[in-house]
Design a protein around this ligand. Structure first.
Ligand SMILES: [Zn+2]
Length: 137
């Protein structure tokens, strides 16, 4: 699968380091690792603003769609239109829907059909894949 933004693994590693991303960010975004629950910096983060891809900066979520799913990862009921690509994931003996950044292919987490109305979706994200931006003053 190809994405508009392409970089080598070394380039992503350098970019994440320059941005001051979480130590696990490379493993999560480029190797589809999952951070441990209740450890991410955005799990209990409720400020107004927007959440962007840590790798390429694409806007993924508005803070207004974030909700407390109690699962230990930042959860959202709705993504920005076109921002996320969904991929069938049959790893770990489960059928899940993986979510990746549509611009750069960064692994973000999974989406489950058990979220709140009106979408009924729960985008279960890794904090390490996200970069929060406060609204412009
Ligand atoms: Zn991205």
């Amino acid at each position: 699968m190809t994405y508009p933004i392409q970089k080598t693994e070394a380039q992503w590693q350098a970019l994440l380091q320059d941005k001051g991303a979480e130590p696990g960010a490379f493993q999560v975004t480029r190797r589809a690792a999952t951070e441990r629950p209740f450890t991410g910096k955005y799990e209990g983060h409720w400020a107004d603003g927007s959440y962007h891809c840590i790798c390429c900066g694409a806007k993924l979520f508005d803070s207004g769609t974030k909700f407390d799913a109690g699962c230990g990862w930042p959860s959202f009921s709705q993504a920005m239109p076109g921002a996320i690509r969904e991929i069938e994931d049959r790893s770990h003996g489960m059928l899940r829907t993986e979510t990746v950044c549509a611009q750069c292919g960064a692994h973000l987490g999974h989406v489950f059909p058990d979220g709140p109305a009106p979408t009924g979706l729960r985008y279960c994200m890794n904090s390490a894949s996200l970069d929060f931006e406060s609204p412009a003053p």
